[in-house]
Design a protein around this ligand. Structure first.
Ligand SMILES: Nc1nc2c(ncn2[C@@H]2O[C@H](COP(=O)(O)OP(=O)(O)OP(=O)(O)O)[C@@H](O)[C@H]2O)c(=O)[nH]1
Ligand SMILES: [Zn+2]
Length: 356
């Protein structure tokens, strides 16, 4: 760290506040924020500057049991200094918000993409017609995180009708701020800067949406310069992708991997928030188990018929709804399998105890 940087000030700039301090309480452990996750090693930034550490024994065990319990980018963690000068990550402070994606394919385990995010920005490029259905899925993911969602329409300089697209989006994404931005003509950039200054903004969106370009624009030279200070020279010239970066103008930005297939969680909460209009209609159907097909007094069919509800939007809701239901069933199956494994292990232990 350059001499000019006050360590406490650095923690504050990273988002450390009285609530975090109260949660930590009096302790010899040092707080730091996770900036990067790299195969068992975690980049952290704390009062002592940037460093990389592994997990302590307790956390290692917890993370092996459930990956969600291991640190992710944006987490506040505590660092333990051992007598032999080793430093390990001791614990993850309870997350205020967390952006989770269900693993697509394979197991039904979930993956934490970013924690303690204040705003989740769903990013799509205006170099092509944005897919509303894809955006709805990402907005649902954003709602689930607990952080306020916004939509960032990048490359606005390439679309003559940028404001029309934004207006369309606002009509299907009730209550969500839509920001048109461009690194070429500069529009919208200040608004993103403002959102970041209020905490931590996570960018989610598919590959090529313009996330790294936007980050580079906002990061400027200052932060890149602080990355060069490491005595061993590592971290120099590495890209800032998939990392939490401090903005010179205040606050943090988190890049997430290009999300091609994002699974929603099985709670359906994000979905309900994204499709509040559909949910409101469903509540008006005469039957609580209405399938919205041929039932009498179906509010959904009525709205589809008179155009109050867009067919595409309804179909998008149906598709995501089925997916969430499937996730829930799959998770149930996994929990049952886990339970069975534990039970078998227990009976085996009991049996070998009896034979001793
Ligand atoms: N015209 C224009 N092009 C842009 C703008 N922002 C980004 N681009 C271009 O869009 C392309 C993709 O941008 P990236 O920033 O690499 O996209 P990304 O979302 O980080 O993609 P991944 O790294 O694959 O996740 C690049 O060729 C950028 O130059 C913009 O505001 N205007
Ligand atoms: Zn109905």
């Amino acid at each position: 760290m350059p001499d000019s940087v006050d360590p406490d000030d650095l923690l504050t700039r990273l988002g450390w506040d009285d609530r975090w301090a109260a949660m930590l309480g009096p302790t010899a452990l040092r707080p730091a924020r996770v900036t990067r996750v790299d195969r068992g090693l975690y980049g952290v930034l704390g009062a002592a500057g940037p460093d990389r550490h592994g997990l302590g024994p307790n956390l290692l065990e917890a993370a092996a049991h459930d990956p969600l319990d291991g640190p992710c980018v944006g987490d506040w963690v505590t660092l333990r200094d051992w007598p032999d000068d080793r430093v390990t990550i001791d614990a993850v402070l309870p997350r205020r918000t967390v952006l989770v994606r269900a693993q697509v394919g394979g197991t039904s385990h979930e993956q934490a993409l970013a924690a303690n995010v204040t705003t989740t920005a769903v990013v799509a490029g205006l170099d092509q017609q944005p897919s509303m259905t894809k955006l709805e899925r990402l907005i649902a993911l954003a709602w689930e995180s607990g952080a306020a969602p916004v939509v960032l329409l990048t490359k606005a300089d390439l679309a003559r009708d940028a404001d029309d697209v934004a207006a369309d989006l606002m009509s299907v994404a009730p209550g969500i701020e839509v920001i048109c931005c461009s690194v070429l003509d500069g529009r919208g950039i200040e608004r993103v800067r403002e959102l970041a200054a209020a905490g931590t903004v996570a960018l989610v969106g598919s590959s090529g949406a313009g996330k790294s370009t936007l980050i580079n624009e906002l990061v400027g030279a200052d932060v890149l310069a602080t990355r060069d200070i490491r005595s061993d020279g590592r971290g120099r010239h590495t890209s800032v992708r998939r990392e939490l970066v401090l903005l010179p103008s205040g606050g943090c930005l988190v890049d997430t991997p290009g999300l091609r297939g994002v699974g929603l969680s099985d709670t359906g909460e994000g979905l309900a928030a994204t499709f509040a209009d559909v949910e409101a209609l469903i509540a008006q159907c005469r039957f609580t188990d209405c399938a919205h097909e041929t039932e009498p007094d179906c509010a959904v069919r009525a709205a589809l018929d008179d155009g109050r509800l867009d067919v595409r939007r309804y179909e998008s809701w149906q598709k995501l709804q089925r997916e969430v239901a499937w996730m829930a069933r799959r998770k149930d199956a996994r929990l049952r399998a886990d339970e069975l494994k534990r039970w078998k292990r227990r009976t085996k232990d009991q049996r070998s105890a009896r034979h001793r």
